[in-house]
Design a protein around this ligand. Structure first.
Ligand code: IVH
Length: 701
């Protein structure tokens, strides 16, 4: 394709998506995809100035105002911002600013970039008289009645401080962002699920839709909010400031909401560090942000730099990497887990989203696939937010191929046995119930070797499937008789790596009993309950022999886990498996060790009986597990989170910010390592404990 053709194609696409987003409130693609299209168009237009056109959609600010609301001509245009998509672009902007200021030192004010709808509010003699959307930057829409329903937008401004000592101005135009808090958005969609109404795709879109209501009482129910960040037209009793931070303080004095997360920096690398901080913490807030806006603080310096046709030179938006992108859903496969659960997952054309390349995403179960109605061949929106596992949000219906059919959950497994998949009445999961299923067998071995179980380094999925395919391994006990000669014949192994794996397997035979209990892969039995059972019974055999009532008596083991263990233990095949493990030399716990542990436990005074002590951070001389068992062996509890029932919080090095904040809020006593030592001895709190902390991690920047 010639650059000319590509430019024409991109202009069509960008114009189309502008209309979907700005006029119809119905975006077809995520912002991340849109930004990629615009960036390519701008690059090509810059490379081929002969093809540039002034009316290119790459130059547009927003979209034309819709005709449903009266037009409002903005006195001063509402411009957009240029974007920095990564650190390099931010750095380049900083250099341009420095050159433009001819040696003067700039101070940068960083604000959160609220993902909402840009709004201009007009106050006359302090009274709210009008609200207008940005529109194309020149003409917006009159949404006065709807914005009046937004609780935090004051009806009347009141001069209330040194910056507004001259009184409220005759005319004040305030610019900012109307947004929908994430909690309101979730509630709105939950209600839509109940009534069968269409869900909103994101809070920004929901805010825009709420502002477009003909009936303001509907807008009022949507719980919108507002942050102000800029002043437009001002006249009469107008304040005279020299910097932006004064503007923000002034707006706050008048009673307008100003976002508290504002920080100033002189060094550009501090600006960048601040951007990266919020990139990581963006989901800690109850509203969506898609970047950080960096503005020059000094208003005279702003004058000096001025504007391009589209945006100010004195500000830039550092945009976070997109958390949503579209890609093609090539197929839907079903994986079989170690307990036979059949999980559908999407096979995707690889796409870079949320900081990593995603080529697969779980679809959870049959109902989820039906609800989302995603089909092989669809273009789908993929979302990966922070550490959360990637998710297929839904199909882009506008791009669905013709004659596509809904996907049907398979009735048989794709394994060589083609076993039947069944879904029991009332259950969400479909299962393979064939006990000899080779997929389940593979998953059981993979799970056995995994980090949270026996932690066998170097034994991953690829090696396990080779071992089972060659019938060298049929269950985890076979691992312990493997020889380096056998392992060496596998793909990806040479003599040293084969010997290393055999040694790692041998070493795993001596893991603590709790690990073995977890590694058995019994439904519902996780590491915490395994730990409690190991402490209570000492050996795997004793756990298996115990009646379910005795198991359920252990703290952290409920009736469900107890029943599941008993069912597992009753099966002859599992008893034979345990015998094979013991014969292979896997330590299932000895009677002597169990008796010694019980005696030691009995000797420890139960000074923490009924008390809950939370540990955060690392304590000298203790691993996390040791610190917790020091508490539980004294009769106490040590959960992972702080509540009003917490007796004390032990604060080690690099503590978790959320635990500290919670403890502070609830006034829970906090102990250091020395205080912990005394607590273990006496069960008493030291005379003076702190309920405050100076850790920098809890102060939000
Ligand atoms: S300042 C001339 N500050 O982002 C400067 N904009 O992509 C005008 N936005 O049009 C904008 N948070 O709708 C500014 N703290 C903030 C912002 C912000 C969100 C929006 C605004 C703007 C768009 C540019």
């Amino acid at each position: 394709m010639t650059p000319e053709d590509r430019i024409a194609e991109l202009r069509d696409q960008v114009a189309h998506h502008n209309r979907q987003y700005h006029e119809l409130d119905d975006p077809e693609i995520p912002d991340g995809d849109y930004d990629v299209l615009v960036a390519e168009l701008r690059r090509l237009e810059a490379e081929h100035p002969e093809l540039a056109q002034p009316d290119s959609p790459a130059q547009a600010v927003g979209g034309p105002a819709s005709t449903a609301f009266a037009p409002v001509v903005h006195g001063t245009p509402m411009t957009s911002l240029d974007n920095a998509m990564h650190a390099g672009e931010l750095e380049a902007w900083g250099q341009r600013v420095l050159r433009g200021l001819d040696g003067a030192t700039p101070r940068f004010v960083c604000e959160l970039k609220i993902d909402g709808v840009a709004m201009s509010l007009r106050y006359e003699h302090g009274r709210y008289v009008r609200a207008a959307t940005r529109g194309d930057g020149r003409v917006g829409e009159d949404v006065t009645a709807n914005v009046r329903t937004v609780e935090v937008v004051p009806d009347q401004l009141v001069a209330g401080g040194p910056l507004s000592a001259a009184g409220v101005p005759d005319v004040l135009e305030v610019r900012g962002e109307i947004y929908m808090p994430t909690s309101s958005f979730d509630a709105l969609n939950a209600a839509a699920d109940q009534t069968g109404d269409r869900r909103f795709v994101n809070p920004r879109n929901a805010a825009a839709g709420s502002l477009r209501q003909k009936d303001p009482s509907i807008t009022a129910q949507r719980h919108l909010a507002f942050w102000s960040y800029q002043v437009g037209e001002v006249s009469g009793a107008s304040p005279t400031f020299t910097c932006h931070t004064d503007t923000l303080d002034y707006l706050a004095e008048l009673g307008l909401p100003v976002n508290p997360e504002v920080r100033s920096f002189v060094a550009l690398d501090e600006v960048l560090a601040h951007c990266l901080h919020w990139q990581e913490h963006r989901h800690d807030l109850d509203y969506e942000i898609d970047g950080v806006v960096i503005k020059l603080d000094d208003l005279a310096q702003r004058e000096l730099l001025g504007f391009t046709s589209r945006a100010p030179r004195w500000a830039i938006a550092y945009k976070f990497p997109p958390e949503e992108r579209t890609t093609r859903l090539a197929d839907i496969h079903v994986s079989i887990g170690r307990t036979g659960r059949a999980t559908p997952f999407a096979v995707l054309d690889p796409v870079f989203v949320g900081g990593s390349t995603v080529s697969m995403a779980t679809l959870h179960n049959q109902d989820q696939v039906r609800l989302k109605d995603v089909r092989p061949g669809d273009t789908v929106v993929v979302r990966k937010a922070g550490d959360v596992i990637p998710e297929v949000v839904g199909p882009v219906l506008a791009l669905r191929p013709e004659h596509s059919e809904p996907w049907e959950f398979p009735t048989t497994c794709s394994c060589p046995l083609s076993s039947t998949l069944v879904r029991l009445e009332g259950e969400a999961d479909t299962r393979c119930i064939e006990p000899t299923c080779p997929y389940q067998r593979d998953q059981r071995v993979i799970y056995w070797a995994s980090r949270g179980a026996m932690d066998i380094e170097g034994l991953g999925e690829r090696t396990v499937t080779q071992l089972t395919a060659r019938e060298l391994v049929t269950d985890p006990s076979d691992l312990y008789v493997l020889t380096a000669d056998q392992v060496e014949t596998l793909e990806g192994f040479a003599r040293p790596s084969a010997e290393k794996l055999v040694a790692a397997i041998a070493e795993s035979a001596h893991r603590p009993v709790a690990r073995v209990l977890t590694a058995l892969g019994i439904k519902h039995l996780g590491p915490a309950a395994s730990e409690a059972l190991a402490a209570g019974f000492g050996t795997v055999e004793r756990v298996m022999a115990a009646p379910p009532e005795a198991l359920a008596e252990i703290d952290g083991v409920g009736a469900v886990i107890a029943r599941s263990i008993s069912e597992w233990a009753a099966k002859e095949s599992n008893q034979a498996f345990l015998a094979r493990l013991r014969a292979a030399g896997v330590d299932l716990g000895s009677e002597e060790a169990a008796a010694a542990a019980a005696a030691e436990r009995a000797a420890v005074p139960k000074v923490l009986e009924g008390k809950t002590v939370v540990v955060t951070g690392t304590l000298p001389g203790y691993t996390r597990d040791e610190a917790e068992s020091a508490i539980t062996s004294r009769g106490g509890k040590s959960p992972g989170s702080v509540s009003s029932k917490t007796y004390a919080v032990v604060v080690g090095e690099s503590p978790g910010a959320s635990k500290l904040t919670k403890a502070e809020q609830l006034g829970i006593p906090m102990l250091d390592a020395a205080g912990f030592g005394r607590l273990l001895e006496t069960g008493e709190l030291p005379e003076t404990t702190s309920t405050e902390t100076t850790s920098t991690e809890t102060t939000s920047i």
